[in-house]
Design a protein around this ligand. Structure first.
Ligand code: 13P
Ligand code: ZN
Length: 276
């Protein structure tokens, strides 16, 4: 290995940023991505760490189960468009202290850059998803998925309404997220309050929607997490088109019994709270 960019976790992280950019979900500095590194990832990257880590910064949130972890993160105010051509200024690696309440930069985020302003939300989501998946979850992804955002102007902001609309708009959806999706009301981004509200949703769901803002998706690796965001946004796009074409008239859709039949044949358990 001659550069940190050839290490699979860094390579995969950069690729996912570029994939999101190509989808059109990351205007300007919109969106952010974090990855909780394995012990092997940290060992492979450590030779490239700075000689001196930077100062500790308190996050305003705390999680015991993330003490001592390392994360790759996008930088605040950095453009996904620039991650691939200029990673050293766009992304970095942070270490979490032994109290689980502060980070410090050990690599990247060059020339005074800092982790994403949504790091508190990512951090709390990582904590909840790590616990909910027995440690399997490693990726948290926030994107400004256009059609998901558009739907938050017209659908009631409930988990039930969004989960049903998404399940009914693409046949794969109940298989990919059988528990549904969570919905958070509009909130000021970037702080502890929105972090706590989102992580409450992530106890039940793999993904949460921020009204008039965007989508949070989680998963064990980059493929699954990006695939989840892509599936949700594709379904939202279909629903937007359907409503736009028919002036709001939906002549037929996937029925609740159809949804139950999919769940049965694919061996998943649908959230019955969202079925009639
Ligand atoms: P950052 O540039 O700090 O990551 O913020 C972008 C964003 O999408 C805020 O919600
Ligand atoms: Zn955002």
């Amino acid at each position: 290995m001659s550069t940190i960019y050839e290490i699979p976790c860094v390579k995969g992280f950069i690729r996912m940023c570029n994939d999101g950019w190509l989808q059109g979900w990351h205007e300007r500095n919109g969106g952010n991505l974090t990855y909780r590194m394995t012990g092997e990832d940290v060992a492979a990257c450590r030779p490239y760490f700075d000689a001196e880590p930077r100062e500790w910064v308190n996050m305003g949130v705390q999680a015991d189960n993330l003490a001592g972890e390392y994360f790759i993160t996008t930088g605040s105010g950095k453009f996904f468009r620039n991650v691939e051509p200029d990673p050293i200024h766009s992304i970095g690696i942070v270490e979490i202290n032994d109290k689980g309440d502060s980070w410090r930069i050990v690599w990247g985020l060059a020339d005074g850059a800092r982790p994403t302003s949504e790091f508190p939300s990512h951090f709390m989501n990582h904590s909840v998803r790590k616990a909910a998946t027995n440690g399997a979850n490693r990726v948290i992804y926030h994107c400004h998925a256009t059609n998901v955002i558009a739907l938050t102007y017209i659908l009631p902001l409930t988990d039930r309404d969004f989960s049903r609309a998404l399940w009914q708009s693409a046949t794969e959806c109940p298989v990919v997220f059988p528990e549904g999706v969570g919905v958070c009301p509009w909130m000021v981004p970037g702080g502890a309050d929105i972090a706590m509200a989102t992580s409450e949703k992530m106890k039940t769901y793999q993904a949460a929607i921020w009204a008039q803002h965007g989508l949070f998706a989680s998963g064990p690796d980059f493929d699954i997490t990006f695939g989840l965001a892509h599936t949700i946004e594709k379904s939202a796009e279909i629903y937007v088109k359907v409503l736009s074409m028919g002036g709001g008239l939906i002549r037929q859709t996937i029925t609740d019994d159809d949804l139950r039949a999919i769940a049965h044949d694919f061996g998943v358990t649908l959230n019955e709270n969202f079925l009639d």
